[in-house]
Design a protein around this ligand. Structure first.
Ligand code: ZN
Length: 312
């Protein structure tokens, strides 16, 4: 059976419904050497986050993909509790974030081989995360801004190996086209189809020719910085993708949130609402059909997060 893995267990892809593909409920930027769940009160975090998730559920969101990786505050017990309380399907991840001068990488990421990293990640898929039965629904990695560092390349290789073993799709924090294309090359070299790879934060690349090139190779192109204050930027990207016949590869989300340990009351939480309150109405105004909007918000996420080994 084709399935998608949520924090509450597997569901069918057609149960995902409207999906926000890149959001966060909690992120801690203290660094991999100091990170600990003791840095916040789980009840306080839960109470601060809950109304935001209830609100998106009320607005029509069915599935919420939580993209905080290990060593940046991923807390699967918190996610389970939020999912139980709201009824949202929540998807979590396995993998490491190699952007930001490697501040969020554990020491072993530098020492391990790609296979050893893939072994760690595969164990989380098989046995659960942080001593729970919660299993990841995708692989989350992050790479540097302008070019892949040696450790970035290792993370991509480890993700490719893990994908071939588990069928989990790879989502990579990738700001620009040069590191995007470099990752696609590594995947192809490993025999992994670019359909197994999500270019997350693709809106940070201005050149739509490069989005189109990656989309035609099969990659998912995530315009996941949606923000009512950036509507023109996002609409311009989406009009271009439509004109180029590439909407069948597009994801939409906000990269919003989150409770931040160390900040007073968890800091300022940006809601996950703008898709519903601003972006979808604007897309309709701009002539996007209900089918096109459904494609980007329902069908494309269901395809992307279906667990399947995708080889080329
Ligand atoms: Zn993010």
């Amino acid at each position: 059976m084709r399935e998608v893995m949520t924090v509450a267990g597997p569901i069918r892809p057609d149960q995902m419904g409207l999906t926000l593909t890149h959001e966060h409920v909690l992120v801690d930027f203290i660094g991999a050497d100091k990170i600990s769940p003791d840095r916040y009160d789980a009840d306080d975090a839960f109470n601060r986050i809950l109304p935001h998730l209830q609100r998106v559920k009320d607005l029509g969101c069915d599935t919420f993909v939580e993209c905080t990786p290990s060593f940046l505050g991923k807390d699967v017990r918190l996610l389970q509790r939020l999912s139980d309380t709201t009824g949202l399907h929540i998807i979590t991840n396995v993998g490491y974030y190699g952007a930001a001068q490697d501040k969020f990488l554990p020491q072993h990421a530098c020492e391990d081989s790609p296979e050893q990293l893939a072994d760690r990640w595969t164990r989380e898929w098989e046995s659960g995360i942080d001593g729970t039965r919660v299993r990841p629904g995708f692989i989350k990695i992050g790479v540097d801004l302008t070019a892949l560092s040696a450790v970035d390349k290792k993370l991509v290789l480890a993700a490719a190996i893990t994908h071939k073993r588990t069928g989990l799709t790879i989502m990579s924090h990738t700001a620009a086209a040069i590191p995007a294309m470099a990752q696609i090359e590594i995947l192809l070299d490993q025999g992994v189809h670019p359909e197994a790879w999500i270019w997350t934060h693709a809106h940070r690349e201005k050149d739509n020719d490069l989005h189109e090139r990656a989309a035609r190779q099969g990659a998912w192109i995530a315009f996941d910085g949606l923000d009512r204050s950036e509507l023109e930027r996002d609409l311009a990207h989406l009009r271009q993708m439509k004109e180029r016949g590439c909407l069948q590869r597009v994801h939409l989300s906000h990269d919003a949130g989150w409770y931040e340990p160390g900040e007073a009351e968890g800091g300022i939480y940006r809601p996950h609402d703008d898709l519903f309150t601003d972006v979808i109405p604007e897309l309709k105004q701009a002539g996007f059909s209900d089918e096109e909007i459904h494609r980007m918000t329902v069908e494309n996420p269901a395809d992307a997060f279906t667990i399947a080994v995708r080889l080329c």
